[in-house]
Design a protein around this ligand. Structure first.
Ligand code: ZN
Ligand code: ZN
Length: 295
């Protein structure tokens, strides 16, 4: 089992715990707001399960049918989780709309709020952990799960803040206004999750900073070659693929040019071990003079 899979299983376990806490809060208070909050947590558990399945698929080694590996499965998982975030945003807007037309003062017991706050703190801490691990393990599915949890935290916070403000000011219109604001945040979070994952599915280039660094490393390590051009890179989940043409003097031996390729590959791997490099060697008549200058 990979580390990402273990973390995803942890997410499901935490989701169940949070669900139990929020369910208890609803049981005590019989509040509609807490009911919808608990209901949303079942979606959390579903999202974490989807993330786990996607990570499990992505971890399978390359085979004859998928010679480039299964890493992109993570993007599919992340898109589905992104759509769930989207739906969460719509349900917040719907609740806010209903509240705006038919406001009603909520009464919540201290114990119910306490349970809900404890569940939200757990979600918040785990979401930060997931965000960090998602970045470290280059896992799109974990990152999406983290965004989904954070959307849940925001929803829970506005429910509590909204109720508190209504109780303090006596103005029932504040609650739906705050809910709508949080809905905008959750919507944005969903759009970002979907768009980054679709970018991965469409073979989007890595960050410009990463591409610039790749060009620099190639340029530094290619001593003996004349030029590198047609450099293309794309990221596919954990891995990123890089290919380019390396122009060498026409009379250089195959062994010599291959040694240059090995040196470039080693230098790239030393910094970015997730990079899969393919280099096409060609003689100097092919030089284009518009690629990465090799000194
Ligand atoms: Zn070429
Ligand atoms: Zn080789």
């Amino acid at each position: 089992m990979t580390r990402a899979e273990r973390i995803a299983i942890g997410s499901i376990g935490l989701g169940c715990l949070v669900l139990a806490l929020k369910g208890a809060a609803w049981w005590i208070s019989a509040s509609a707001a807490l009911y919808s909050d608990a209901l949303e947590t079942t979606v959390n558990v579903a999202a974490s399960t989807i993330a786990l399945y996607a990570i499990h698929l992505a971890a399978k080694p390359a085979d004859d049918e998928h010679p480039y590996g299964h890493d992109k499965a993570e993007f599919f998982g992340a898109v589905i989780v992104g759509v769930l975030i989207f739906i969460a945003a719509l349900s917040i807007f719907w609740e806010a709309w209903k509240e705006a037309w038919a406001p009603h003062l909520l009464t919540l017991s201290g114990r119910a709020i306490g349970l809900n706050v404890a569940a939200t703190v757990l979600n918040f801490v785990w979401s930060l952990h997931l965000t960090r691990q998602g970045r470290r393990l280059r896992s799109a599915a974990l990152a999406a799960d983290a965004r989904h949890l954070m959307a849940d935290v925001v929803t829970s916070v506005i429910i509590v803040v909204g109720v508190a403000l209504v109780l303090l000011t006596g103005r029932a219109s504040i609650d739906p206004a705050i809910a709508a604001l949080a809905g905008v945040y959750v919507l944005y979070s969903g759009v970002r999750t979907v768009s980054t994952s679709v970018g991965g599915l469409m073979d989007a280039a890595p960050d410009p900073a990463v591409v610039a660094r790749i060009r620099q490393v190639v340029s530094d390590a290619a001593t003996g070659a004349l030029e590198a051009h047609d450099l293309r890179s794309r990221h596919a989940g954990r891995l990123a693929f890089l290919e380019f043409h390396l122009v060498v003097p026409g009379n250089m031996t195959v062994a010599e040019s291959h040694a240059i390729c090995d040196r470039i590959e080693a230098a790239l791997k030393a910094e970015m071990e997730y990079l899969v490099v393919t280099i096409h060697v060609e003689p100097e008549v092919k030089a284009k003079q518009h690629g990465v200058p090799v000194l």
